[in-house]
Design a protein around this ligand. Structure first.
Ligand code: LLP
Length: 424
């Protein structure tokens, strides 16, 4: 459920007309709904009510400070994968002891930052990383709370590019090595083993592969306890899918929570979850303006002012985003089939192929739906385009929570080398 609806013939976010935001902020831009973020955070929290559970929102799906602060107020923790995300989460008011640090390539400096902050847990992904963490923690005279991320060899995820739990994926410790690594961890100074971690992929609508992976993790937890390890937490990652199209029907959070309660019952552990997309995905849209229409022999191109640098998902994963006109077309309005493309000089700069939409004219505004997760965070300045702005709506008001940079700000990070500016 989300808060983007037509009111008086115009698409609104909560009480704000998106046409007004497009006029004031310019396009392209992202618009997020506070009410939807809050609703999703509460749906997840209430699904897990009664279970000992930490909801560590996955910052990578949308790390905007306004979004993070909204979720911090809802009591969310955070799952971070870099020093930058750690600092963002803390800046937004998420307490360090509710933050878990995932990712295959943590640097010693990032480890130090996280240890000094006092984070809840490191999700360690290799023997080499574990040894490095041991060194850094020992140097700081502290113990790092560690879960080892295991690779359960279970395939899942909406697209091969977002499956992470299969043998051969770079993520996690190979299943057959896990117990040996726990044995080594128990001997390392500065390492305090606290849990087991798994994450098998993203945009997973079917609970069957998740259950298979989680059951393997529960089995491993029992074997580790038998071997003398104190496992008091299991981190089951994120990955729950969302509807991108009207007829998509991913498993609802309530079924997901019931499955987890069933699999982990009697284990006596804290369950950590790292939901990203399910909280932010349908809480955001990207607005764009139609620039031109170009008729070609095979197709009609609709050329818009947003590019793949602003919303990468279609180019990267062939992802589908519904496209809605901000001004609602009347009943019986003409419909046309378009290839919707951006201004970037790449053939993959295509948002939709042969998409039937109401006929659109230059100057008209459109909204890419379900763009709140992995949208603005993946944007770049390719083709020297400014980073796309972000707007947060709250009821009938809105605020620009990331503004569009000026050209001078963008170029200020660069310089012409001295040898070109110094005359002989
Ligand atoms: N935890 C870990 C360790 C992860 O790698 C991820 C996502 C999450 C949690 C959050 O997963 P979620 O609940 O959002 O599915 N850019 C791609 C998705 C990449 C997901 C990366 N990892 C996309 O746009 O579909």
């Amino acid at each position: 459920m989300h808060h983007f609806t037509y009111q008086d013939g115009c698409l609104h976010c909560e009480g704000v007309n998106l046409e007004q935001i497009a006029d004031e902020v310019g396009t392209p831009c992202y618009v997020y709904s506070s009410a939807t973020l809050v609703r999703h955070a509460r749906v997840i929290a209430s699904a897990f009510e009664g279970q000992d559970c930490l909801i560590a929102y996955s910052v990578k799906s949308n790390g905007n400070l306004g979004v993070l602060s909204t979720l911090a107020q809802e009591g969310c923790g955070a799952d971070v994968v870099s020093g930058g995300e750690l600092q963002r989460a803390m800046r937004a008011g998420i307490p360090a002891d509710r933050i878990v640090f995932s990712g295959v390539g943590k640097t010693a400096e990032e480890m130090r930052l996280a240890l000094q902050a006092g984070i809840h847990q490191f999700n360690v992904e290799s023997a080499a990383e574990l040894r490095r963490l041991s060194e850094v923690a020992t140097m700081l005279g502290t113990d790092a709370p560690v879960a080892i991320r295991v690779n359960p060899d279970v395939a899942a995820g909406g697209h091969p590019n977002i499956s992470t739990g299969k043998k051969g994926d770079k993520f996690g410790v190979p299943w057959s090595d896990a117990e040996d690594l726990y044995a080594e961890a128990a001997t390392l100074p500065g390492i305090k083993v606290v849990g087991v971690d798994v994450h098998i992929g993203s945009q997973i609508g079917d609970l069957v592969p998740m259950r298979a992976a989680f059951e393997k993790v529960v089995g491993l937890t029992k074997r580790l306890r038998d071997a003398g390890h104190e496992i008091s937490r299991i981190d089951l990652g994120g990955g729950l899918g969302i509807p991108y199209k009207e007829d998509d029907a991913p498993a609802p959070p309530s079924d997901y929570a019931a499955m987890i309660a069933d699999v982990t019952q009697d284990l006596g552990v804290q369950v950590i979850l790292e939901p990203g997309r399910v909280i932010t995905g349908n809480a955001g849209v990207m607005l764009s303006t139609v620039l031109y229409e170009k008729a070609a022999p095979e197709t009609d191109f609709l050329i818009i002012d947003a590019g793949m640098n602003d919303l990468m998902r279609p180019a990267l994963y062939d992802a589908h985003h519904d496209i809605l006109p901000i001004k609602q077309a009347g009943a019986g309005a003409e419909r046309k089939t378009y290839d919707v493309v951006g201004p970037i000089c790449e053939s993959t700069d295509k948002f939709a192929k042969a998409r039937e939409l109401t006929a659109l004219r230059p100057g008209q505004r459109i909204a890419f739906m379900s763009a709140g997760a992995y949208g603005a965070v993946l944007s770049s300045t390719y083709n020297a385009r400014p980073l796309v702005p972000e707007v947060l709506v709250n009821g009938s008001s809105f605020d620009v929570v990331r503004r569009r940079p000026e050209f001078e700000e963008m170029i200020a990070l660069e310089k012409v080398p001295d040898w070109l500016t110094q005359k002989a």
